[in-house]
Design a protein around this ligand. Structure first.
Ligand code: HEC
Length: 164
């Protein structure tokens, strides 16, 4: 060690039941590194917020925009009146919807889908949207992630074919 005083006894053993404490200064390279991280932190802070104007909200918005480009949301509106779609929709209905809307779509846990009275609107776009997004607070499942756009278009066509 280059002339630095090390292992100096601090001399307060009398206050501490005879336990001696040494003063061992931290090595210069360690302290240098420590102060460097503080300086680096300040520089980084100023650069992040004021110089290059980055922000987490900005990154988030950019990622969302990027995701929209990479995975465009597929919305297929009900194929109203398409006999094939209605046939496939009847299958999908009996596998997923009967439990709540009943075999004749007359309702049960869920509302009657044949009476022409709609809580969320009865256009092709409305029915497609309600089935896709669901009404989680009322117990209607969000079918979008389960069935996918094509199957929802089919089942919506089936539902609409059974209206008044
Ligand atoms: C777990 C029970 C349940 C299942 C299964 C279910 N629904 Fe529903 N559904 C509901 C409830 C409850 C509502 C009423 C939501 C409200 O009050 O806003 C509803 C509402 C709807 C509506 C809107 C009705 C209106 O008056 O606006 C449509 C359309 C619909 N469901 C279609 C479907 C289809 C198609 C399926 C099958 C893919 C399905 N539901 C499966 C419970 C269910």
């Amino acid at each position: 060690m280059s002339g630095r005083e090390t292992n100096r006894v601090l001399g307060h053993a009398a206050d501490a039941d005879g336990i001696e404490e040494y003063d061992n200064p931290l090595p210069a390279w360690w302290l240098g590194l420590f102060y460097f991280t503080i300086g680096w932190g300040l520089v980084y802070l100023v650069d992040y917020h004021f110089v290059s104007g980055r922000s987490q909200a900005g990154y988030y918005a950019a990622e969302l925009a990027d995701a929209d480009v990479r995975w465009p949301q597929k919305v297929v509106t009900a194929k109203v009146g398409d006999a094939d779609a209605i046939g496939r929709g009847a299958q999908i209905y009996s596998q997923n919807c009967i439990g709540c809307h009943g075999p004749e779509l007359k309702g049960g846990i869920g509302p009657d889908l044949t009476d022409g009275t709609w809580i969320h609107g009865g256009s092709a776009a409305d029915v497609t949207r309600v089935v896709t997004e669901g009404v989680p607070a009322k117990g209607m499942v969000s079918w979008g992630p389960i069935l996918g756009a094509e199957k929802i278009a089919d089942v919506a066509a089936f539902v609409l074919s059974r209206g008044p």
